[in-house]
Ligand binder design. Structure first.
Ligand code: ASP
Length: 466
């Protein structure tokens, strides 16, 4: 049975088998030392000159080779202990060594935090980059957070339901990633920008409380903390009002911080709430950073932004566009104005955003659940009858079949992990992200298709001449 590095401290005097990577090798005269690394940490291993054959194999070891070591756990003499290392009170006196796999010299150092290495390099060899403890901790924290949310929501009677990835374009404001259909040449699927319509349809279906760790795809020009695909904790509830969603989220986020980042301090509980107009007036942004001390790495300033306008003027076309998504309900007192097309710019919605330290970490809203209101919104947005039917016919039809009032929210997991880990970028929290310019350098995506694949799909590529 294999022993993990972290467990060696409880096995003084015992024979153990360890497996992992050679983190470093040090030669001290006739002795060879290695730090053996596994997912849980490091432990020091000594090869003594008593066994010549063993020592000569140990002499061949290089950084990142994978080895199996048998040996005895010894307490290190006083003064030789390393208080920096959790296993620093012990060392393994090796009696056997098997080389399981050799490694080339890594293209960059794995013992630093990695920030000094160019992204091109880190992404091409991501499997090596992920070996550094900082990256491991990021990915493990992500898992803990996901696990916490799953558990929290299951205890509140939510059901985790998967919705399709191969889907149809949803109008969430970004450009879709599209998939050509082989069976229906000239037709396309789209990857979902979010499961928005499916989750609303699950409310029509009577599930009442849904969540999903949902991958969302948006073909946007990539910016600092954007990625072609990112992950949301997507949820939706029936028979709720705004207050119910805000309270549920607040409870979850407070517990999540306590559970996954207990050293962090939330500046204000309950989370402050400010209106969109107040945020814009006072802070000039709808993502204000309300930390008291912006140098304090452990301060978390959550704030709810409420009362967004339903409609905004599109700067380019001067037509109306929605501020969150077309399904967001107006506040009840504005319903008359909406139905009569009056003072459209003053109509406030039941949208809410949760902002943390100046980043939007989630948004949602209470939805329109009446067909005629949704139709009216589409008309105000300038959609023709034909376009409404083509794009949203299924929603309008579903809305004729007994729809519960419902609403939801979708916190972005990548950003949440980024802030809780004090990382500068969401790419540090995703195992295999794309580069800032949307490439996967390790797999070399995007890539060209073969002529045969293109023929099968009925696609002809027109090369742009620049
Ligand atoms: N689908 C929305 C988004 O991606 C979230 C929501 O309204 O629940 O922003």
């Amino acid at each position: 049975m294999r022993t993990l590095t972290k467990d060696t401290i409880n096995k003084i005097g015992e024979k153990v088998i360890l497996m992992g990577w050679v983190d470093v090798r040090r030669d001290h005269g006739k002795l060879v030392f290695i730090d053996l690394r596994d997912r849980w940490g490091l432990v020091q291993v000594i090869f003594s000159p008593a066994n010549k054959e063993l020592l000569s194999t140990a002499d061949r070891l290089r950084t990142e080779w994978v080895v199996k070591i048998e040996g005895t756990v010894k307490e290190r003499p006083q003064g030789m202990q390393n208080p920096e290392l959790p296993t620093g009170s012990v060392e393994i006196e090796a009696t056997e060594l098997e080389i399981l796999s050799e490694s080339q010299t890594p293209p960059f150092s794995l013992s630093t935090d990695g920030y000094e290495i160019g992204e091109e390099h880190r992404m091409k060899y991501r499997y090596l980059d992920l070996r550094r403890p900082r990256m491991k901790e990021n990915i493990i924290m992500r898992d803990r957070i996901i696990n916490f949310c799953r558990d929290f929501l299951h205890k509140k009677d939510f059901v985790e339901i998967e919705t399709p990835i191969v889907s149809k374009s949803t109008p969430e404001g970004a450009r879709d990633y599209v998939i050509p259909s082989r069976l229906y040449p000239g037709k396309f699927y789209a990857l979902p920008q979010s499961p928005q319509q499916y989750k609303q349809l699950l409310m029509v279906a009577g599930f009442e409380r849904y969540f999903q760790i949902a991958r969302c795809f948006r073909d946007e020009d990539t910016r600092g903390d954007r990625q072609p695909e990112f992950t949301q904790l997507d949820l939706e509830m029936s028979f709720v009002e705004r207050e119910d969603i805000l309270n549920l989220m607040e409870e979850m986020l407070i517990l999540l911080v306590k559970n996954s980042a207990p050293h962090k301090k939330i500046s204000q509980v309950p989370f402050p709430r400010i209106s969109y107009s107040e945020a814009m007036q006072k802070h000039g942004t709808d993502r204000p950073d309300l930390r008291e001390n912006k140098d304090d790495k452990n301060e978390l300033a959550f704030v709810w932004i409420l009362d967004f306008p339903v409609f905004e003027k599109d700067q380019n076309t001067n037509s109306w566009t929605y501020s969150h998504n077309p399904f967001t309900a107006p506040k009840p007192e504005y319903l008359d104005n909406l139905m009569n097309g009056r003072d459209l710019d003053k109509i406030l919605s039941q949208q809410y955003d949760i902002v943390l330290n100046g980043f939007e970490v989630g948004g949602g809203g209470i939805r329109i659940h009446k067909k005629e209101i949704l139709e009216k919104v589409f008309k105000i947005l300038g959609h023709s009858e034909e376009k409404i039917k083509k794009n949203f016919g299924h929603m309008l039809e579903a809305f004729e079949n007994g729809v519960p009032p419902h609403g939801g929210i979708a916190p972005g997991l990548d950003r949440l992990v980024m802030i809780l880990r004090g990382e500068p970028n969401i790419r540090e929290t995703i195992a295999f992200p794309k580069t800032g310019d949307a490439r996967d350098l390790m797999m070399e995506a995007p890539s060209e298709l073969s002529g045969e694949q293109l023929r099968e799909l009925g696609i002809e590529v027109i090369k742009k001449i620049k």
